[in-house]
Design a protein around this ligand. Structure first.
Ligand SMILES: [Zn+2]
Length: 125
């Protein structure tokens, strides 16, 4: 057995440990949590133990209804009413938001959408 084949063997073991084991473990963990085992098999195969960790920390998906669209809103500092995150002017009191405010709330809304999509996708089988 040459040094080269020995190195290849170590590499294969590393690859199995880094991708195959988390993929299998992620698929099993997903099925115990009521999520798509196939989707998480690939997710964990790609993102390795990070995805397994994220899955382990995520709550059990009992009712996908929990992910139903909830329109995020922001509260007007002037009148306290809930308004759209994209709004630049409050529709109740005409309070004007700074461009920074609007950017920040848009970003928050988009992040929420991303998580919602991931949730919908990972629970659908
Ligand atoms: Zn207002």
């Amino acid at each position: 057995m040459s040094a080269e084949t020995g190195l290849a063997g170590v590499l294969v073991i590393l690859l199995i440990f880094a991708f195959a084991i988390p993929a299998g473990f992620g698929a099993w963990l997903a099925s115990t949590k009521g999520r798509s085992a196939i989707a998480w098999f690939f997710l964990c195969g790609i993102f390795s133990w990070i995805a397994v960790l994220a899955l382990g920390l995520s709550p059990v998906a009992e009712r996908p209804v929990d992910w139903a669209p909830v329109r995020p809103t922001k509260v007007c500092p002037e009148c306290g009413e809930d308004i759209q995150p994209e709004a630049t002017i409050c529709r109740f009191c005409r309070h004007e938001f700074s461009p920074d405010d609007v950017m920040a709330s848009r970003r928050e809304a988009r992040e929420l959408d991303d998580w919602k999509l991931l949730g919908e996708w990972s629970v659908s089988d």
